[in-house]
Design a protein around this ligand. Sequence first.
Ligand SMILES: Cc1cc2nc3c(=O)[nH]c(=O)nc-3n(C[C@H](O)[C@H](O)[C@H](O)COP(=O)(O)OP(=O)(O)OC[C@H]3O[C@@H](n4cnc5c(N)ncnc54)[C@H](O)[C@@H]3O)c2cc1C
Length: 155
Amino acid sequence: MSIRPDETDRAAAEFAERVRRNQQQLGSQLRPQYDFIVCGSGSSGSVVARRLAENPDVSVLLLEAGGDDDVPEVMRAEQWPLNLGSERDWSFTAEPNPHLNGRAIPYDMGKVLGGGSSINVMIWARGHKSDWEFFASEAADRRGAISRSSISIGA
Ligand SMILES: Cc1cc2nc3c(=O)[nH]c(=O)nc-3n(C[C@H](O)[C@H](O)[C@H](O)COP(=O)(O)OP(=O)(O)OC[C@H]3O[C@@H](n4cnc5c(N)ncnc54)[C@H](O)[C@@H]3O)c2cc1C
């Protein structure tokens, strides 16, 4: 059975609405204490919080310094450059670099729900086999290159 695009859109919209309602409800009932508090809702913090929350016996609070990601500049991928320098960007500046003729270049980082994944370019790059082999050897991971070669890095 094939799923038509409009059905997929509707299902995605319904899921987003359920998430929104759930977050509103949970956010309005904050507890005085939690078993785990995860700081930062970027790619890594979100995964950590999600994995912890799989255990129904523990309570998890995910704290984010930035604001909501439910804005067109985040939801519409082609608008990603509009996030740079906005309130969704920490707008750091790197140290002056002698290898860049002394220039201090802008260093954008996400300050919003989703962190960098909400403001990034969504370029998807396949990791080089030798890098995965190196990570595996550093971690003493003896699993074969077959599984690692199918892993990709992406936003
Ligand atoms: C402009 C831009 C373009 C990019 N393009 C790509 C791309 O095309 N492809 C790709 O693969 N990667 C890209 N990246 C990189 C990718 O987005 C990051 O590697 C990834 O998001 C890092 O995730 P993270 O969880 O480690 O950190 P972050 O995403 O930086 O998450 C950290 C989170 O912690 C929050 N935080 C910080 N301090 C506190 C505090 N004290 N209390 C609470 N919260 C706090 C921050 O606001 C942020 O939300 C891009 C990044 C940027 C900024």
